[in-house]
Write a new protein. Structure first.
Length: 400
């Protein structure tokens, strides 16, 4: 391991997927990092996360993939079906086929396993100092340094990376117009025993079932020992800033009453549901101010319909490390370049995720037209639509 550069630490607010990824990516480029997490312990609950090749190739480069593989499931494909009829409509091929195309695997993991793998990797770097139980509340910028205020103390550093998640309190200090809004959709999650799935749905597959008012996603996590269920429904709810509200299935189950029993029974197998509200945030006018920068959900929370929220956070970290290395002596310039590089991709991801959500919840004739189109699409056509997502190589940034 090379000697860390001694030109002032980079302070990271938030120890989620974005914050830990950034810490690793920066330490690999010989930066010294101080990561500050609000929780006394790291919040590691949550549901499954799907990691496309655009994330796993970065994790492999960082040496995190091997730590994760023991807990992950390598997906063979995504089965797409109609929730009302139970008909299987299409299968997006993953497995070897996609791995050869994109050069890295598609993995199904539990968020806690990903978080733990990143935390394990981060703690191997002496250049990363971690503080828990301290909330970053504000910062003041000066010519030569930034002073970051936390609920415990003030810290001096060279720059601040705000990776404090969708309900970021630092975002308004960088873009004061940013306003996240509740979408009237909630996402419900739980883990079930794999044996609760019908035989033909078991194995290393993601299942996606769609109907006019909701959709259901299921896939194995924890090395296949559990199946992650996520049901997204349209719901008027007093949205809370929480990932883990206890949720009463009496609200959920009626939504699936008219669904085909093959799918409705999967939902009925769920116990101990938790839910969170889905928010939307239009692209920021600015993600950086001087030597402060927003990344991850703090900068671009997206709805989960392309399974790219956590993945974008990992990409951000890889691109950021490249920019700080290229503009080694000018952090402000590095942050502006980072913002310029990321805005188009993250805005497109937001737009396409929302569009997918609308497609999943189509009704009437649109639903029938969607199903017709899906039945006719070849495996190659189904996968190639995602080339722009999984084929993206954040490690190759910037080009030239
Ligand atoms: C407990 C938890 C459970 C989740 N469960 C799911 C899920 O089931 N499904 C899903 O799609 N996404 C879930 N997510 C969100 C998902 O992890 C993110 O969308 C994605 O990984 C981007 O990560 P992020 O690091 O930008 O944000 P997050 O993962 O939200 O991480 C933000 C981190 O910053 C910390 N933090 C917040 N404010 C401050 C502050 N002022 N100072 C210091 N630290 C601060 C938080 O405690 C958290 O650890 C969950 C997030 C959390 C924190």
């Amino acid at each position: 391991m090379a000697t860390p550069r001694n030109n002032g630490s980079i302070i990271i607010a938030g120890g989620g997927i974005a914050g830990l990824s950034a810490a690793i990516a920066l330490a690999r480029e010989n930066e010294t990092v101080r990561l500050v997490e609000r929780g006394e312990t790291f919040p590691v609950d949550g549901a499954g996360i799907q990691l496309g090749a655009n994330a796993t190739r970065i994790l492999r480069e960082w040496g995190v993939l091997d730590r994760l593989l023991t807990q992950a499931v390598r997906a063979e494909g995504i089965g797409i079906g109609d929730g009302l009829t139970g008909e299987a409509l299409a299968q997006v091929p993953l497995g070897d086929y996609a791995e050869q195309r994109f050069g890295a695997p598609y993995l199904l993991v539990h968020r806690a396993d990903l978080h733990n793998a990143l935390l394990d990797a981060a703690t191997t770097y002496p250049a990363i100092q971690i503080t828990t139980g301290a909330e970053v509340t504000d910062f003041d910028q000066f010519e030569e340094e930034i002073v970051v205020k936390t609920s415990k103390s003030a810290m001096r550093g060279r720059a601040l990376i705000a990776a404090d998640g969708i309900w970021s309190n630092l975002r308004s200090k960088i873009d004061q117009n940013a306003q996240a809004a509740f979408t009237s959709k909630t996402a419900w999650r739980t883990l079930i025993d794999p044996a609760a799935l019908p035989d033909e749905l078991q194995g290393p597959w993601t299942g996606l079932w769609m109907a006019g008012n909701a959709h259901l996603v299921h896939y194995p996590v924890q090395a296949g020992k559990a199946v992650n269920l996520v049901a997204v429904i349209e719901e008027r709810w007093f949205a809370r800033k929480s990932w883990s509200e206890e949720a009463d299935p009496a609200t959920l189950l009626p939504v699936f009453e008219r669904w085909h029993p093959r799918v409705a029974d999967i939902v009925a197998a769920g116990k101990d549901w938790r839910k969170w509200s889905l928010y939307d945030l239009p692209p920021l006018q600015r993600a950086t101010r001087g030597t402060a920068l927003l990344i991850g959900d703090a900068a671009h929370p997206i709805q989960p319909f392309l399974a790219q929220g956590g993945v974008l956070a990992i990409e951000d970290a890889a691109v950021l490390a490249r920019m700080l290395t290229r503009y080694r002596d000018d952090t402000r310039e590095a942050f502006i370049r980072f913002e310029n590089e990321r805005i188009a991709r993250t805005a497109r991801m937001r737009y396409e995720s929302r569009r997918m959500g609308n497609i999943y919840h189509m009704r009437g004739l649109s639903r029938r037209a969607r199903n017709f189109a899906l039945r006719r699409r070849s495996a190659e056509a189904l996968l190639s639509r995602f080339d722009w997502i999984y084929g993206f190589d954040a490690l190759a940034f910037p080009k030239g």
